[in-house]
Design a protein around this ligand. Structure first.
Ligand code: PAF
Length: 290
Protein backbone atom coordinates (compact mmCIF):
# COMPACT_ATOMS: atom_id res chain seq x y z
CA UNK A 1 0.00 0.00 0.00
CA UNK A 2 1.18 3.53 -0.79
CA UNK A 3 -0.09 6.24 1.51
CA UNK A 4 -0.41 9.75 0.10
CA UNK A 5 0.32 12.57 2.52
CA UNK A 6 -0.74 15.93 1.09
CA UNK A 7 1.73 18.16 2.91
CA UNK A 8 5.34 18.14 4.13
CA UNK A 9 4.32 18.50 7.81
CA UNK A 10 2.48 15.16 7.73
CA UNK A 11 5.32 13.58 5.74
CA UNK A 12 7.90 14.75 8.29
CA UNK A 13 5.85 13.22 11.13
CA UNK A 14 5.52 9.90 9.24
CA UNK A 15 9.25 9.71 8.50
CA UNK A 16 10.22 10.56 12.05
CA UNK A 17 7.81 7.95 13.45
CA UNK A 18 9.24 5.28 11.11
CA UNK A 19 12.81 6.11 12.13
CA UNK A 20 11.81 5.83 15.79
CA UNK A 21 10.57 2.32 14.96
CA UNK A 22 14.09 1.60 13.67
CA UNK A 23 13.24 1.69 9.94
CA UNK A 24 15.64 3.04 7.33
CA UNK A 25 14.20 5.26 4.60
CA UNK A 26 15.13 5.41 0.92
CA UNK A 27 13.87 8.67 -0.58
CA UNK A 28 13.34 9.74 -4.20
CA UNK A 29 12.48 13.40 -4.84
CA UNK A 30 10.57 13.84 -8.12
CA UNK A 31 8.44 16.30 -10.05
CA UNK A 32 6.05 13.51 -11.07
CA UNK A 33 5.32 12.36 -14.67
CA UNK A 34 7.02 9.19 -13.51
CA UNK A 35 8.76 6.93 -16.02
CA UNK A 36 11.02 3.88 -15.95
CA UNK A 37 13.95 6.05 -14.85
CA UNK A 38 12.13 6.99 -11.63
CA UNK A 39 10.89 3.43 -11.14
CA UNK A 40 14.46 2.12 -11.29
CA UNK A 41 15.41 4.57 -8.50
CA UNK A 42 12.44 3.30 -6.48
CA UNK A 43 13.51 -0.31 -7.03
CA UNK A 44 17.03 0.45 -5.84
CA UNK A 45 15.75 2.43 -2.83
CA UNK A 46 13.36 -0.37 -1.91
CA UNK A 47 16.12 -2.98 -2.09
CA UNK A 48 18.55 -0.97 0.08
CA UNK A 49 16.17 0.35 2.77
CA UNK A 50 13.26 -0.82 4.93
CA UNK A 51 10.92 1.81 3.50
CA UNK A 52 10.68 3.77 0.28
CA UNK A 53 9.31 7.31 0.16
CA UNK A 54 8.76 9.57 -2.88
CA UNK A 55 7.83 13.23 -3.15
CA UNK A 56 6.02 14.76 -6.10
CA UNK A 57 6.27 18.51 -6.41
CA UNK A 58 6.65 20.54 -9.60
CA UNK A 59 8.97 23.16 -8.18
CA UNK A 60 8.35 26.58 -9.78
CA UNK A 61 11.64 27.89 -8.35
CA UNK A 62 13.71 25.79 -10.77
CA UNK A 63 11.94 26.77 -14.01
CA UNK A 64 13.74 29.63 -15.71
CA UNK A 65 11.29 29.27 -18.62
CA UNK A 66 7.62 29.83 -17.71
CA UNK A 67 6.42 27.99 -20.81
CA UNK A 68 8.35 24.90 -19.66
CA UNK A 69 6.61 25.14 -16.26
CA UNK A 70 3.16 25.60 -17.85
CA UNK A 71 3.60 22.59 -20.14
CA UNK A 72 5.34 20.31 -17.62
CA UNK A 73 3.38 17.00 -17.72
CA UNK A 74 1.33 16.34 -14.55
CA UNK A 75 -0.92 13.39 -13.69
CA UNK A 76 -0.94 12.66 -9.96
CA UNK A 77 -3.43 9.75 -10.08
CA UNK A 78 -1.37 7.83 -12.66
CA UNK A 79 1.82 8.55 -10.70
CA UNK A 80 0.32 7.24 -7.45
CA UNK A 81 -0.87 4.09 -9.22
CA UNK A 82 2.65 3.52 -10.59
CA UNK A 83 4.11 4.06 -7.12
CA UNK A 84 1.67 1.57 -5.63
CA UNK A 85 2.72 -1.08 -8.17
CA UNK A 86 6.40 -0.27 -7.58
CA UNK A 87 6.07 -0.91 -3.83
CA UNK A 88 6.56 2.68 -2.62
CA UNK A 89 5.34 3.04 0.99
CA UNK A 90 4.66 6.76 1.17
CA UNK A 91 4.31 9.60 -1.33
CA UNK A 92 4.01 13.19 -0.28
CA UNK A 93 3.01 16.29 -2.17
CA UNK A 94 2.96 19.94 -1.18
CA UNK A 95 2.64 23.55 -2.18
CA UNK A 96 5.06 26.44 -2.10
CA UNK A 97 3.42 27.72 1.10
CA UNK A 98 3.68 24.24 2.63
CA UNK A 99 7.42 24.07 1.94
CA UNK A 100 8.14 27.72 2.75
CA UNK A 101 5.62 28.64 5.47
CA UNK A 102 7.73 31.66 6.49
CA UNK A 103 7.00 33.61 3.26
CA UNK A 104 3.84 35.20 1.92
CA UNK A 105 4.80 34.92 -1.73
CA UNK A 106 7.36 33.11 -3.83
CA UNK A 107 9.48 36.21 -4.45
CA UNK A 108 10.32 36.36 -0.72
CA UNK A 109 12.05 32.96 -0.70
CA UNK A 110 15.65 33.38 0.34
CA UNK A 111 18.25 32.68 -2.38
CA UNK A 112 20.81 30.14 -1.20
CA UNK A 113 24.43 29.73 -2.18
CA UNK A 114 24.20 26.51 -4.13
CA UNK A 115 27.96 25.98 -4.28
CA UNK A 116 30.64 25.91 -6.98
CA UNK A 117 29.07 23.08 -8.98
CA UNK A 118 26.09 25.25 -9.89
CA UNK A 119 28.28 27.57 -11.98
CA UNK A 120 28.80 26.93 -15.71
CA UNK A 121 26.93 24.61 -18.14
CA UNK A 122 23.37 24.41 -16.70
CA UNK A 123 24.22 27.45 -14.57
CA UNK A 124 24.99 29.43 -17.74
CA UNK A 125 22.10 28.24 -19.91
CA UNK A 126 19.44 27.95 -17.20
CA UNK A 127 20.23 30.82 -14.84
CA UNK A 128 18.61 30.26 -11.45
CA UNK A 129 17.69 26.64 -12.20
CA UNK A 130 20.20 24.90 -9.94
CA UNK A 131 19.67 27.52 -7.22
CA UNK A 132 15.94 26.67 -7.40
CA UNK A 133 16.76 22.96 -7.14
CA UNK A 134 18.95 23.67 -4.12
CA UNK A 135 16.22 25.74 -2.41
CA UNK A 136 13.58 23.03 -2.73
CA UNK A 137 15.81 20.00 -2.13
CA UNK A 138 16.96 21.58 1.14
CA UNK A 139 13.29 21.65 2.24
CA UNK A 140 12.58 18.17 0.85
CA UNK A 141 15.58 16.73 2.73
CA UNK A 142 14.56 18.57 5.91
CA UNK A 143 11.09 17.03 5.59
CA UNK A 144 12.30 13.44 5.22
CA UNK A 145 15.27 13.72 7.58
CA UNK A 146 18.01 11.11 7.82
CA UNK A 147 17.76 8.86 4.77
CA UNK A 148 19.43 7.63 1.61
CA UNK A 149 18.33 9.91 -1.24
CA UNK A 150 18.38 8.60 -4.80
CA UNK A 151 19.10 10.72 -7.89
CA UNK A 152 19.59 9.79 -11.55
CA UNK A 153 22.97 10.45 -13.16
CA UNK A 154 21.16 11.99 -16.13
CA UNK A 155 21.02 15.26 -14.15
CA UNK A 156 24.76 15.08 -13.49
CA UNK A 157 25.26 18.70 -12.41
CA UNK A 158 22.23 18.44 -10.13
CA UNK A 159 23.85 15.44 -8.39
CA UNK A 160 26.93 17.57 -7.64
CA UNK A 161 24.76 20.35 -6.22
CA UNK A 162 22.73 18.02 -3.99
CA UNK A 163 25.90 16.31 -2.76
CA UNK A 164 27.18 19.74 -1.77
CA UNK A 165 23.88 20.40 0.03
CA UNK A 166 23.96 17.03 1.83
CA UNK A 167 27.50 17.80 3.01
CA UNK A 168 26.32 21.15 4.42
CA UNK A 169 23.29 19.57 6.08
CA UNK A 170 25.53 16.93 7.66
CA UNK A 171 27.42 19.71 9.43
CA UNK A 172 24.04 20.73 10.90
CA UNK A 173 23.44 17.14 12.07
CA UNK A 174 21.26 15.72 9.30
CA UNK A 175 22.60 12.54 7.72
CA UNK A 176 21.55 12.38 4.09
CA UNK A 177 23.48 9.95 1.91
CA UNK A 178 23.14 10.84 -1.78
CA UNK A 179 23.09 7.77 -4.03
CA UNK A 180 23.59 8.41 -7.76
CA UNK A 181 22.03 5.77 -10.02
CA UNK A 182 22.70 4.98 -13.71
CA UNK A 183 20.67 6.71 -16.42
CA UNK A 184 17.87 4.54 -17.80
CA UNK A 185 17.64 4.62 -21.60
CA UNK A 186 15.16 3.82 -24.33
CA UNK A 187 16.29 1.00 -26.67
CA UNK A 188 17.46 3.80 -29.02
CA UNK A 189 19.85 5.06 -26.33
CA UNK A 190 17.76 8.18 -25.61
CA UNK A 191 17.87 8.96 -21.88
CA UNK A 192 14.43 8.62 -20.29
CA UNK A 193 12.91 11.95 -19.32
CA UNK A 194 9.44 13.27 -18.53
CA UNK A 195 10.00 15.78 -21.36
CA UNK A 196 10.37 13.00 -24.00
CA UNK A 197 6.56 12.80 -24.17
CA UNK A 198 6.65 16.16 -25.99
CA UNK A 199 8.78 14.81 -28.88
CA UNK A 200 7.28 13.88 -32.26
CA UNK A 201 8.26 10.60 -33.97
CA UNK A 202 10.66 12.52 -36.22
CA UNK A 203 12.19 14.32 -33.25
CA UNK A 204 12.63 11.01 -31.40
CA UNK A 205 14.73 9.84 -34.37
CA UNK A 206 16.92 12.95 -34.23
CA UNK A 207 17.20 12.75 -30.43
CA UNK A 208 19.11 9.46 -30.80
CA UNK A 209 22.09 11.48 -32.02
CA UNK A 210 22.70 12.73 -28.48
CA UNK A 211 23.57 9.26 -27.21
CA UNK A 212 25.45 8.52 -30.44
CA UNK A 213 27.59 11.59 -29.86
CA UNK A 214 28.29 10.53 -26.24
CA UNK A 215 29.12 7.01 -27.46
CA UNK A 216 31.59 8.44 -29.97
CA UNK A 217 33.36 10.19 -27.09
CA UNK A 218 33.48 6.86 -25.30
CA UNK A 219 35.08 5.16 -28.33
CA UNK A 220 37.67 7.94 -28.58
CA UNK A 221 38.35 7.62 -24.82
CA UNK A 222 38.87 3.88 -25.23
CA UNK A 223 41.40 4.64 -27.97
CA UNK A 224 43.34 6.76 -25.46
CA UNK A 225 42.12 10.34 -26.13
CA UNK A 226 42.16 12.16 -22.77
CA UNK A 227 42.01 15.87 -23.67
CA UNK A 228 38.63 17.52 -23.05
CA UNK A 229 38.69 19.88 -26.04
CA UNK A 230 39.57 17.06 -28.48
CA UNK A 231 36.78 14.86 -27.14
CA UNK A 232 34.35 17.79 -27.44
CA UNK A 233 35.27 18.30 -31.11
CA UNK A 234 34.64 14.61 -31.81
CA UNK A 235 31.22 14.84 -30.16
CA UNK A 236 30.26 18.02 -32.03
CA UNK A 237 31.05 16.34 -35.38
CA UNK A 238 28.23 13.82 -34.76
CA UNK A 239 25.72 16.61 -34.06
CA UNK A 240 26.68 18.82 -37.00
CA UNK A 241 23.97 19.69 -39.54
CA UNK A 242 21.06 18.17 -37.64
CA UNK A 243 17.90 19.68 -36.19
CA UNK A 244 19.34 19.75 -32.65
CA UNK A 245 20.21 23.23 -31.38
CA UNK A 246 23.21 22.61 -29.18
CA UNK A 247 23.62 24.62 -25.98
CA UNK A 248 26.75 22.86 -24.80
CA UNK A 249 28.91 19.86 -25.55
CA UNK A 250 31.36 19.50 -22.71
CA UNK A 251 33.89 17.14 -21.20
CA UNK A 252 34.63 17.77 -17.55
CA UNK A 253 36.43 16.24 -14.58
CA UNK A 254 33.68 14.51 -12.55
CA UNK A 255 35.74 14.66 -9.36
CA UNK A 256 36.56 18.36 -9.50
CA UNK A 257 33.47 19.97 -7.83
CA UNK A 258 33.59 22.72 -10.44
CA UNK A 259 32.70 22.57 -14.12
CA UNK A 260 35.60 24.44 -15.66
CA UNK A 261 37.06 22.79 -18.76
CA UNK A 262 40.26 21.01 -17.65
CA UNK A 263 43.30 21.51 -19.89
CA UNK A 264 45.29 18.57 -18.48
CA UNK A 265 44.80 14.94 -19.63
CA UNK A 266 41.96 13.37 -17.62
CA UNK A 267 41.99 10.10 -15.64
CA UNK A 268 38.21 10.05 -15.65
CA UNK A 269 35.75 12.31 -17.44
CA UNK A 270 32.08 13.18 -17.80
CA UNK A 271 30.87 13.92 -21.33
CA UNK A 272 27.77 16.14 -21.27
CA UNK A 273 25.33 17.52 -23.84
CA UNK A 274 22.41 19.94 -23.65
CA UNK A 275 20.38 20.69 -26.79
CA UNK A 276 16.98 21.87 -27.90
CA UNK A 277 14.80 19.87 -30.23
CA UNK A 278 12.03 22.26 -31.22
CA UNK A 279 10.98 23.73 -27.87
CA UNK A 280 12.05 20.69 -25.84
CA UNK A 281 15.33 20.86 -23.98
CA UNK A 282 17.20 17.58 -23.63
CA UNK A 283 20.26 16.79 -21.51
CA UNK A 284 22.37 13.68 -21.24
CA UNK A 285 25.84 12.57 -20.16
CA UNK A 286 28.04 9.55 -19.68
CA UNK A 287 31.08 8.72 -17.58
CA UNK A 288 34.30 8.05 -19.46
CA UNK A 289 36.47 5.82 -17.34
CA UNK A 290 37.11 2.56 -19.11
O1 PAF B 1 15.28 15.99 -10.70
C1 PAF B 1 14.15 16.44 -10.40
O2 PAF B 1 13.12 15.88 -10.69
C2 PAF B 1 14.06 17.75 -9.62
O3 PAF B 1 15.10 18.61 -9.98
C3 PAF B 1 14.03 17.55 -8.09
C4 PAF B 1 15.32 16.92 -7.58
C5 PAF B 1 12.85 16.69 -7.71
C6 PAF B 1 13.87 18.90 -7.38
O4 PAF B 1 12.69 19.53 -7.74
Amino acid sequence: MTIHLPNPRLAAAWCSEQRQLGKTIGYIPTMGALHQGHLSLIQQAASENDLCCVSIFVNPLQFNDLNDLDTYPQDLDTDIELLRKAGCHMVYTGTISGFFPEVEHIGQIETRDSGPASKGLEGTYRPGHLEGVYQIVERLFATVGTCRAYFGEKDFQQTLVVKHLAKKMKIDGMGIEVVVCPTVREPSGLAMSSRNTRLSIKQLETAKLIFQSLSTAKNAWQKGIRIASTLEEIMIDVLDHCELKIEYVAVRDPNAWTLHRPDHPLNEAQALIAAYLGSTRLIDNIRLNK
